[in-house]
Design a binder for this molecule. Structure first.
Ligand SMILES: NC(=O)c1ccc[n+]([C@@H]2O[C@H](COP(=O)([O-])OP(=O)(O)OC[C@H]3O[C@@H](n4cnc5c(N)ncnc54)[C@H](O)[C@@H]3O)[C@@H](O)[C@H]2O)c1
Length: 259
């Protein structure tokens, strides 16, 4: 998983999966450019620099042409190019399934979760060479129903196909495009759920739907992303890897083997 000499962009890196990935990529030797709307992304870069790594941070919208152009320009000016793009910024648009979501709210989820990764890919690609790697953060909610609200799940299903379609469109370029589909991970996004369970002493109930019977940690997603970014995954392309404790591998009809 050595990333020495590589430059990585990570969007949505103020905390959670993006911060964990940025820190791990830097530990593996990459120079990183981290971006987020949340100013806490500056702390992500400061942590990496304090640990001896190279990091630049931008507080910007990662789902606008201008915001992404600024991120890409920073990577190119400061580090000379882009080897890895982790398009990770996302929102849930609310955790509960609703049938009355307005068009504006639906489109905002699509803008950030699906258009954002596309803008990042389109803008970064001219600066990427053979050997480059793109990783998008999808979700198990994008694989099938039952793991998230409707706009969120539809946006993440879009990310799954964005990965497949861009991998194919890059035929012959030697740039791989993959995704990760996290299950239920303890991050700022899911904090209301984890906090509520902890407050009620029901933390042991989290993750009970997957065979490992626990929620995941951001570090566990970061390790999958870094693997996909590295040459260790050099023949893995156009795939979305579920990192979910086995949640998406099962249907709810068989009796539980452990009972
Ligand atoms: N936590 C989970 O259980 C889980 C499961 C599946 C997928 N995911 C996905 O993982 C990714 C990271 O989420 P996380 O769980 O680490 O939560 P998180 O909320 O810590 O991370 C998402 C980050 O994206 C940033 N962001 C949102 N909109 C932005 C925009 N327009 N421009 C720039 N930054 C923006 C947020 O400020 C936040 O820092 C998201 O795409 C999320 O959908 C999370």
């Amino acid at each position: 998983m050595d990333l020495t000499g590589k430059t990585a962009i990570i969007t949505g890196a103020a905390g959670g999966i993006g911060r964990a990935t940025a820190r791990l990529m830097a530990q593996q030797g990459a120079a990183v450019v981290v971006a987020d709307l949340n100013e806490a992304v500056l702390e992500t870069a400061a942590m990496i620099r304090a640990a001896g790594g190279q990091a630049e941070a931008l507080v910007t919208d990662c789902a606008t042409d201008e915001g992404v152009a600024a991120i890409v320009a920073r990577a190119v000016e400061r580090f000379g190019g882009i080897d890895i793009l982790h398009a990770n910024a996302g929102i849930t648009g609310g955790l509960l399934p609703r049938l009355d979501t307005s068009s504006a709210d639906f489109m905002e989820v699509l803008r950030i979760n699906l258009l954002g990764p596309w803008i990042a890919i389109r803008t970064a690609l001219p600066h990427m060479q053979t050997g480059g790697a793109i990783i998008c953060t999808a979700s198990v909610a994008g694989l099938r129903a039952g793991a998230g609200p409707i706009p969120y799940s539809a946006s993440k299903a879009g990310v799954v196909n964005l990965v497949q379609s861009t991998a194919m469109a890059l035929t012959g370029r030697g740039i791989r495009v993959n995704g990760v589909a996290p299950g239920l991970i303890d991050t700022p996004m899911t904090a209301p759920l984890f906090d509520d369970a902890r407050a009620r002493g029901r933390e042991d109930r989290i993750g009970q739907l997957n065979p490992l019977r626990r929620g995941g940690e951001a570090q566990e997603i970061a390790e999958a992303v870094v693997w996909l970014a590295s040459d260790a995954a050099r023949y893995v392309n156009g795939q979305v890897l579920a990192v979910d404790g086995g949640l998406s591998s099962q249907l709810p009809f068989t009796p539980k083997w452990s009972i």
